[in-house]
Design a protein around this ligand. Structure first.
Ligand SMILES: [Zn+2]
Length: 94
């Protein structure tokens, strides 16, 4: 996947669905740019976003820190796929 930025600050952009501050946002340099927002209120259930929210809801010392990057990448891939971008293992950006 292309380079990407994941941002977590005290001044987060608003979730476009509910208006609450996002827990994490990411800007993917795909096409005109894809902005992803992880929302503790909207992203629930057995989805990559929902699983990431569940982990972030755990006390910090109980989070599986070694797995957290995998959950973040799964969330990003799912968000990109929702916009029609599919990550192909082994392929580099042109
Ligand atoms: Zn929301």
């Amino acid at each position: 996947m292309a380079d990407f930025q994941v941002i977590r600050t005290n001044d987060m952009p608003s979730c476009p669905r509910c208006g609450e501050p996002a827990a994490i946002s990411a800007r993917l340099p795909l096409g005109d740019g894809i902005d992803l927002f992880l929302c503790l209120r909207c992203d629930t259930g057995n989805t990559p976003a929902g699983r990431l929210v569940a982990i972030l809801g755990l006390p910090e010392d109980q989070r599986p820190a070694d797995l957290l990057p995998d959950f973040v990448v799964a969330w990003i891939r799912d968000g990109a796929a929702a916009q029609g971008w599919v990550w192909v293992p082994g392929q580099r950006e042109p």
